[in-house]
Ligand binder design. Structure first.
Ligand code: 13P
Length: 248
Protein backbone atom coordinates (compact mmCIF):
# COMPACT_ATOMS: atom_id res chain seq x y z
CA UNK A 1 0.00 0.00 0.00
CA UNK A 2 1.38 3.39 -0.96
CA UNK A 3 1.21 5.99 1.79
CA UNK A 4 -0.67 9.09 0.71
CA UNK A 5 1.28 12.31 0.39
CA UNK A 6 -0.55 15.59 0.71
CA UNK A 7 1.48 18.69 0.03
CA UNK A 8 0.65 22.36 0.22
CA UNK A 9 2.28 24.55 -2.41
CA UNK A 10 2.21 27.98 -0.83
CA UNK A 11 3.54 29.57 -4.05
CA UNK A 12 4.58 33.23 -3.54
CA UNK A 13 2.57 33.76 -0.38
CA UNK A 14 3.34 34.55 3.28
CA UNK A 15 6.26 36.38 4.84
CA UNK A 16 8.43 34.48 7.34
CA UNK A 17 6.38 35.92 10.23
CA UNK A 18 3.11 34.99 8.53
CA UNK A 19 4.54 31.53 7.89
CA UNK A 20 4.91 30.92 11.63
CA UNK A 21 1.35 32.08 12.25
CA UNK A 22 -0.09 29.80 9.55
CA UNK A 23 1.98 26.80 10.61
CA UNK A 24 0.83 27.24 14.21
CA UNK A 25 -2.77 27.39 13.01
CA UNK A 26 -2.46 24.32 10.78
CA UNK A 27 -0.28 22.15 13.04
CA UNK A 28 -3.09 20.56 15.06
CA UNK A 29 -5.34 20.29 12.00
CA UNK A 30 -2.92 18.24 9.89
CA UNK A 31 -1.65 15.91 12.63
CA UNK A 32 -1.96 12.37 11.22
CA UNK A 33 0.07 9.20 10.72
CA UNK A 34 -1.93 8.14 7.71
CA UNK A 35 -0.40 10.49 5.17
CA UNK A 36 2.86 12.31 4.65
CA UNK A 37 2.21 16.03 5.03
CA UNK A 38 4.50 18.55 3.33
CA UNK A 39 4.44 22.35 3.29
CA UNK A 40 6.32 23.81 0.31
CA UNK A 41 7.04 27.38 1.38
CA UNK A 42 8.91 30.25 -0.29
CA UNK A 43 12.70 29.96 -0.06
CA UNK A 44 13.03 32.90 2.31
CA UNK A 45 10.81 31.13 4.86
CA UNK A 46 12.39 27.65 4.71
CA UNK A 47 14.55 28.06 7.82
CA UNK A 48 11.72 29.62 9.80
CA UNK A 49 9.30 26.92 8.67
CA UNK A 50 11.69 24.12 9.64
CA UNK A 51 11.94 25.58 13.15
CA UNK A 52 8.17 26.03 13.36
CA UNK A 53 7.33 22.40 12.48
CA UNK A 54 9.81 20.81 14.92
CA UNK A 55 8.11 18.02 16.86
CA UNK A 56 5.23 17.70 14.39
CA UNK A 57 4.51 15.35 11.48
CA UNK A 58 4.95 18.17 8.94
CA UNK A 59 7.89 18.07 6.53
CA UNK A 60 9.14 21.15 4.72
CA UNK A 61 9.71 21.35 0.98
CA UNK A 62 11.17 23.97 -1.35
CA UNK A 63 9.41 25.17 -4.48
CA UNK A 64 12.48 25.14 -6.71
CA UNK A 65 16.21 24.41 -6.71
CA UNK A 66 19.07 24.77 -9.19
CA UNK A 67 20.90 21.85 -10.81
CA UNK A 68 24.45 23.05 -10.17
CA UNK A 69 26.36 22.60 -6.90
CA UNK A 70 27.49 26.22 -6.46
CA UNK A 71 28.90 29.14 -8.39
CA UNK A 72 27.91 32.16 -10.44
CA UNK A 73 24.16 31.62 -10.66
CA UNK A 74 22.74 34.81 -9.20
CA UNK A 75 19.45 34.31 -7.43
CA UNK A 76 19.53 30.50 -7.44
CA UNK A 77 19.55 28.03 -4.56
CA UNK A 78 21.84 24.98 -4.50
CA UNK A 79 20.72 21.52 -3.39
CA UNK A 80 23.12 21.39 -0.44
CA UNK A 81 21.72 24.69 0.84
CA UNK A 82 18.37 22.91 1.11
CA UNK A 83 19.70 19.74 2.74
CA UNK A 84 21.86 21.75 5.17
CA UNK A 85 18.73 23.15 6.82
CA UNK A 86 16.68 19.94 6.68
CA UNK A 87 14.55 20.36 3.57
CA UNK A 88 13.24 16.95 2.48
CA UNK A 89 11.24 17.70 -0.67
CA UNK A 90 11.47 20.02 -3.63
CA UNK A 91 8.82 20.85 -6.22
CA UNK A 92 10.35 20.57 -9.68
CA UNK A 93 8.90 21.82 -12.95
CA UNK A 94 5.68 23.37 -11.72
CA UNK A 95 3.71 24.69 -14.70
CA UNK A 96 4.12 28.25 -13.37
CA UNK A 97 7.89 27.81 -13.52
CA UNK A 98 7.63 26.33 -16.99
CA UNK A 99 5.44 29.23 -18.14
CA UNK A 100 7.09 32.24 -16.45
CA UNK A 101 10.66 31.08 -15.81
CA UNK A 102 11.50 29.09 -18.91
CA UNK A 103 11.74 25.67 -17.26
CA UNK A 104 11.81 22.87 -19.83
CA UNK A 105 11.60 19.10 -19.68
CA UNK A 106 15.42 19.11 -19.91
CA UNK A 107 15.97 21.46 -16.94
CA UNK A 108 13.41 19.47 -15.01
CA UNK A 109 15.42 16.30 -15.70
CA UNK A 110 18.67 17.95 -14.55
CA UNK A 111 17.02 19.14 -11.34
CA UNK A 112 15.43 15.76 -10.66
CA UNK A 113 18.81 14.04 -11.02
CA UNK A 114 20.43 16.60 -8.68
CA UNK A 115 17.69 16.31 -6.09
CA UNK A 116 18.15 12.52 -5.93
CA UNK A 117 21.93 12.91 -5.74
CA UNK A 118 21.40 14.98 -2.60
CA UNK A 119 18.72 12.79 -1.07
CA UNK A 120 15.92 15.29 -1.62
CA UNK A 121 12.64 13.84 -2.85
CA UNK A 122 11.47 15.66 -5.98
CA UNK A 123 7.80 16.36 -6.50
CA UNK A 124 7.88 16.31 -10.29
CA UNK A 125 5.08 18.29 -11.90
CA UNK A 126 3.44 17.59 -15.22
CA UNK A 127 0.19 18.67 -16.83
CA UNK A 128 -1.45 19.68 -20.07
CA UNK A 129 -2.96 22.97 -21.22
CA UNK A 130 -6.62 23.34 -22.10
CA UNK A 131 -5.74 23.43 -25.81
CA UNK A 132 -3.86 20.17 -25.53
CA UNK A 133 -6.77 18.55 -23.73
CA UNK A 134 -9.18 19.79 -26.39
CA UNK A 135 -6.89 18.49 -29.13
CA UNK A 136 -6.86 15.06 -27.51
CA UNK A 137 -3.08 14.98 -27.00
CA UNK A 138 -3.07 15.01 -23.16
CA UNK A 139 -1.66 11.53 -22.60
CA UNK A 140 1.01 11.84 -25.30
CA UNK A 141 2.13 15.18 -23.89
CA UNK A 142 2.31 13.95 -20.29
CA UNK A 143 4.15 10.78 -21.32
CA UNK A 144 6.79 12.92 -22.99
CA UNK A 145 7.13 15.10 -19.87
CA UNK A 146 7.56 12.00 -17.71
CA UNK A 147 9.97 10.22 -20.04
CA UNK A 148 12.33 13.20 -20.18
CA UNK A 149 12.01 13.98 -16.45
CA UNK A 150 13.16 10.43 -15.59
CA UNK A 151 16.06 10.14 -18.08
CA UNK A 152 18.99 8.39 -16.31
CA UNK A 153 17.06 8.24 -13.02
CA UNK A 154 17.67 4.78 -11.51
CA UNK A 155 14.81 2.45 -10.56
CA UNK A 156 15.63 2.82 -6.85
CA UNK A 157 15.42 6.60 -7.17
CA UNK A 158 12.24 6.44 -9.26
CA UNK A 159 10.55 4.36 -6.57
CA UNK A 160 10.72 7.22 -4.08
CA UNK A 161 9.80 9.95 -6.57
CA UNK A 162 6.57 11.86 -6.25
CA UNK A 163 4.81 12.93 -9.45
CA UNK A 164 2.17 15.66 -9.38
CA UNK A 165 -0.32 15.62 -12.22
CA UNK A 166 -1.65 19.17 -12.46
CA UNK A 167 -3.74 20.05 -15.49
CA UNK A 168 -2.88 23.70 -16.16
CA UNK A 169 -6.52 24.60 -16.82
CA UNK A 170 -7.43 23.41 -13.32
CA UNK A 171 -4.80 25.43 -11.44
CA UNK A 172 -6.19 28.38 -9.51
CA UNK A 173 -9.34 28.38 -11.63
CA UNK A 174 -11.76 26.62 -9.31
CA UNK A 175 -12.24 24.19 -12.20
CA UNK A 176 -11.18 20.87 -10.69
CA UNK A 177 -10.67 17.96 -13.08
CA UNK A 178 -13.36 15.33 -12.83
CA UNK A 179 -12.36 12.29 -10.83
CA UNK A 180 -12.39 10.23 -14.02
CA UNK A 181 -10.14 12.71 -15.86
CA UNK A 182 -7.66 12.83 -12.98
CA UNK A 183 -7.59 9.04 -12.51
CA UNK A 184 -7.19 8.42 -16.25
CA UNK A 185 -4.04 10.52 -16.45
CA UNK A 186 -2.57 9.31 -13.14
CA UNK A 187 -3.07 5.72 -14.34
CA UNK A 188 -1.39 6.55 -17.65
CA UNK A 189 1.56 8.05 -15.74
CA UNK A 190 1.90 4.84 -13.72
CA UNK A 191 1.80 2.80 -16.93
CA UNK A 192 4.51 5.03 -18.36
CA UNK A 193 6.71 4.39 -15.30
CA UNK A 194 6.03 0.66 -15.74
CA UNK A 195 7.24 0.90 -19.36
CA UNK A 196 10.38 2.85 -18.43
CA UNK A 197 11.20 0.67 -15.39
CA UNK A 198 9.05 -2.23 -14.23
CA UNK A 199 5.87 -3.04 -12.35
CA UNK A 200 7.48 -2.87 -8.90
CA UNK A 201 8.70 0.67 -9.57
CA UNK A 202 5.36 1.71 -11.02
CA UNK A 203 3.55 0.38 -7.97
CA UNK A 204 5.90 2.23 -5.62
CA UNK A 205 5.90 5.71 -7.18
CA UNK A 206 3.41 8.13 -5.65
CA UNK A 207 1.26 10.21 -7.97
CA UNK A 208 -0.60 13.28 -6.74
CA UNK A 209 -3.39 15.23 -8.35
CA UNK A 210 -3.26 19.02 -8.19
CA UNK A 211 -5.56 21.77 -9.46
CA UNK A 212 -8.30 23.45 -7.43
CA UNK A 213 -8.39 20.67 -4.81
CA UNK A 214 -10.71 21.60 -1.93
CA UNK A 215 -12.05 19.88 1.16
CA UNK A 216 -15.12 19.03 -0.92
CA UNK A 217 -13.26 17.27 -3.75
CA UNK A 218 -10.36 15.65 -1.86
CA UNK A 219 -12.09 12.49 -0.71
CA UNK A 220 -13.29 11.35 -4.12
CA UNK A 221 -10.02 12.27 -5.84
CA UNK A 222 -7.72 10.66 -3.28
CA UNK A 223 -9.83 7.48 -3.17
CA UNK A 224 -8.94 6.60 -6.78
CA UNK A 225 -6.58 3.68 -7.14
CA UNK A 226 -3.84 5.65 -8.92
CA UNK A 227 -4.12 8.93 -7.00
CA UNK A 228 -1.89 8.93 -3.95
CA UNK A 229 -2.70 12.37 -2.58
CA UNK A 230 -2.59 15.94 -3.75
CA UNK A 231 -0.54 19.03 -4.40
CA UNK A 232 -2.71 21.83 -3.12
CA UNK A 233 -2.32 25.55 -3.84
CA UNK A 234 -4.94 28.02 -2.64
CA UNK A 235 -6.61 25.71 -0.13
CA UNK A 236 -3.29 24.93 1.58
CA UNK A 237 -3.20 28.47 2.98
CA UNK A 238 -6.38 28.00 4.99
CA UNK A 239 -7.76 25.83 7.76
CA UNK A 240 -9.40 23.84 4.95
CA UNK A 241 -6.04 22.17 4.42
CA UNK A 242 -6.68 20.21 7.63
CA UNK A 243 -9.85 18.78 6.08
CA UNK A 244 -7.97 17.91 2.89
CA UNK A 245 -5.29 16.04 4.85
CA UNK A 246 -8.01 14.23 6.82
CA UNK A 247 -10.06 13.69 3.68
CA UNK A 248 -11.63 10.36 4.65
P1 13P B 1 -4.64 25.51 -6.74
O1 13P B 1 -4.93 24.41 -5.74
O2 13P B 1 -4.66 26.86 -6.17
O3 13P B 1 -5.46 25.31 -7.98
O4 13P B 1 -3.11 25.27 -7.19
C1 13P B 1 -2.70 24.02 -7.59
C2 13P B 1 -1.23 24.03 -7.74
O5 13P B 1 -0.71 24.61 -8.67
C3 13P B 1 -0.44 23.33 -6.73
O6 13P B 1 0.89 23.22 -7.11
Amino acid sequence: MRKKIIAGNWKMNKTPAETVTLINELKPLVATDEADVVFCVPAISLTTAIEAVKGTNIQIGAQNMYFEESGAYTGEIAPNMLTSIGVKYVVIGHSERREYFAETNETVNKKVIKAFEHGITPIICCGESLTQREQGVTIDFIRQQIKVAFLTVTPDQAKIAVIAYEPIWAIGTGKVATTAQAEEVCKAIRECIDEIYDEVTAEAVRIQYGGSVTAASANELFSQSDIDGGLVGGASLKADFGKIVNYK
